[in-house]
Design a protein around this ligand. Structure first.
Ligand SMILES: Nc1ncnc2c1ncn2[C@@H]1O[C@H](COP(=O)(O)OP(=O)(O)OP(=O)(O)O)[C@@H](O)[C@H]1O
Length: 400
């Protein structure tokens, strides 16, 4: 690396080094190096190991904890992983801390950096296998956004009897940066600037819009955007305990076009969440817009992808295609059935409440989406939702 270093530079008031590596030019702020050195030297292994052992006990002793973390963090996994660290200094405790503080979590783990998926594979792999049905020897298929085939998804509910709105989102990680817990305050500012500049150069009229940083946004505007389902919520306890909200709201924000049909969340759970949404059920049009959005951004900011796991994300449930395609839908008869959740499960569908994950249904409206994101392409992930919801509508129509 040292031989590749070229120049000292100040970017946006942040001092650092510019390096040319493998044909790309990177900017390394000094602050990052200092933070990482502190992290590696400052954490005493004995203290961390003790926290991990206590965490294991807390999980096992709690009768109402049913997370995948609890199930797969066996004593032998603890013993195998408790002394391990990634090069950036992440320990097993960093991986499990959210699930230990939130005993009601369904999953309970996050990866502080890409390397965590490898170093702590003895814990991540069985969780990934159980959640996605994706084994340790499986490989994410090549990218297939379904370009030129979005016409295979005509409106699911043309008469508008059941579906209020449809949304497809995917996550992306900026190459060269770890996930939230290891980002420095300067990283947030630099990453925000990179994404903002990339978005300013978007030419597609349907996608063009404005970036609104969270810092300086009035509470009223923020709350309205959240209530209208456009913006991420604040203060998510699962993310907070994963150490994902450092320096909040610095470097966080939302981009959207005029119609709020194409949106990008910056530095919430993932570095980027790209979203296409609109009223009704025209899945093909929504996917087509998302695909154009992905294409226009990926040429400006390179994204991190792993050969086996596909697009890398902070939470293992989002790896692979990273696609969650969802409808807000009212199915009074089917959703009143006792086995509603099981029916959805069999169709590989996930059910959430009206305000997203960890929320309840209101007025009989559910958020129903594909469950799997890893081991299937982007197109197949959307198809999983499409076919499943089609079947639910048929069940509703045939119910007495
Ligand atoms: N089909 C839809 N129509 C309108 N809004 C939706 C739809 N699906 C999800 N939303 C809204 O998007 C927002 C974010 O939801 P939520 O956090 O559950 O999912 P996500 O963005 O996929 O991320 P994650 O899975 O990481 O939580 C919420 O306000 C939710 O109501």
């Amino acid at each position: 690396m040292a031989s590749a270093l070229r120049n000292k530079l100040v970017v946006g008031g942040v001092a650092g080094l510019v390096a040319a590596v493998g044909g790309y030019t990177y900017f390394y702020p000094y602050a990052r190096d200092v933070a990482l050195v502190n992290k590696q030297q400052g954490e005493t292994d004995a203290f961390t190991v003790k926290k991990i052992e206590e965490a294991y006990k807390i999980l096992q002793d709690h009768p109402e904890c049913h997370s995948l973390l609890k199930k797969h963090l066996t004593k032998s996994v603890v013993d195998q992983l408790k002394y391990k660290k990634t090069q950036l200094g992440a320990t097993l405790y960093d991986v499990i801390r959210s699930g230990v503080h939130n005993l009601d979590a369904g999953v309970g783990v996050y990866a502080p950096d890409y390397e965590s998926y490898k170093v702590f594979a003895a814990l991540f792999d069985p969780i990934i296998e159980e959640y996605h049905g994706f084994g340790p020897n499986d490989k994410q298929p090549p990218v297939d956004l379904g370009e030129g085939r979005t016409g295979e998804f005509p409106p699911l509910d043309p008469a508008g009897k059941y579906i209020k709105s449809t949304r497809i989102r995917c996550g992306r990680t900026l190459k060269g940066y770890p996930f939230n817990p290891l980002l420095t305050s300067d990283d947030y500012l630099i990453m925000q600037q990179k994404v903002k500049s990339a978005l300013e150069s978007v030419q597609d009229k349907d996608l063009k819009g404005t970036y609104y940083p969270l810092q300086g946004m009035s509470k009223e505007t923020q709350n309205k955007l959240i209530a209208d389902h456009f913006l991420f919520k604040e203060g998510d306890r699962h993310l907070q305990h994963a150490n994902a909200c450092n320096y909040w709201p610095q470097g966080r924000g939302i981009f959207h076009n005029n119609d709020k049909t194409f949106l990008i969340w910056v530095n919430e759970e993932d570095h980027m969440r790209l979203i296409s949404m609109q009223e009704g059920s025209d899945v093909g049009t929504i996917l087509d817009r998302l695909n154009r959005g992905i294409k226009s951004v990926e040429t400006k900011v390179p994204f991190a992808r792993d050969d086996r796991l596909g697009w890398l994300t902070f939470c293992p449930t989002n790896l692979g295609s990273t696609v969650r395609a969802s409808v807000h839908i009212k199915l009074p008869k089917v959703s009143a059935r006792k086995d509603f959740k099981e029916i959805c499960e069999k169709l590989n569908l996930q059910v959430r409440g009206i305000h997203g994950e960890h929320s309840e249904s209101e007025g009989g409206v559910y958020d129903i989406s594909n469950k799997a994101r890893l081991g299937l392409s982007e197109f197949q992930a959307v198809k999983q939702m499409y076919d499943g919801v089609k079947e639910l509508i048929q069940l509703e129509e045939s119910a007495k």
